[in-house]
Design a protein around this ligand. Sequence first.
Ligand SMILES: Nc1ncnc2c1ncn2[C@@H]1O[C@H](COP(=O)(O)OP(=O)(O)OP(=O)(O)O)[C@@H](O)[C@H]1O
Ligand SMILES: [Mg+2]
Length: 207
Amino acid sequence: MAKVIALVGSKGGSGKSTAAHLLGHGCGSLVHPIPCVVLTTDPEEQPLTDPRRYRVADARRKEQLLELMKRFLDVDRLLIVLDGAAARPELDALVADVADVALLPFRAAAQDAERAAANLARLPSAIALPMGWPKHPGVAKRARKWLDMVPEKRRLAPLPHMPRLDGLFSPEGYAAATYEISSPARGLALEVLARGGIDAAELEVRG
Ligand SMILES: Nc1ncnc2c1ncn2[C@@H]1O[C@H](COP(=O)(O)OP(=O)(O)OP(=O)(O)O)[C@@H](O)[C@H]1O
Ligand SMILES: [Mg+2]
């Protein structure tokens, strides 16, 4: 059976789509790649169709989402990444519950951290992912208090700010950023799999 990572949390630029596609790229960039499909569920987002190290599928309509989940869950070696369950708030808690890992990204800002803390309380199985964290010492010091608003046990290591990440959403940008983002993408994929107790060897294709 396939494994499922769900990007959950409020709508509005917390980094769900970025993390979803970075995970896909990371899985496809491993020495022994893991087949991965990102399901776009946000009606406002256009599913990407350019060739990538992972697949993207259109799950913007509820029937499409259910149909694809039914089909993909039966695949033995596959990681399903659900991007944007938050587009349907009524599904958010359900999706978080059935996923092997529910990731809740948040940006380095007071309001984002507050919202993440509230969502973590609402979604007991979710793990927060600090997105686009500042590296500059001065700014990083300020961002520390936002990080501390989320319990350490319930968050992954912050993903640094990477200027090229917007490239994930266009064919040209993806091609230009492919190599630069592969290493952090692999790191994120492995960390998330480990957090979900998912053995990469059981998903990867060898030979
Ligand atoms: N690590 C990062 N480095 C640089 N920029 C980042 C990083 N993470 C997220 N961003 C930026 O944050 C913005 C919002 O991210 P994204 O579109 O992934 O959010 P979202 O949660 O999917 O939003 P929505 O709820 O509207 O679907 C994007 O411009 C993205 O490039
Ligand atoms: Mg999105």
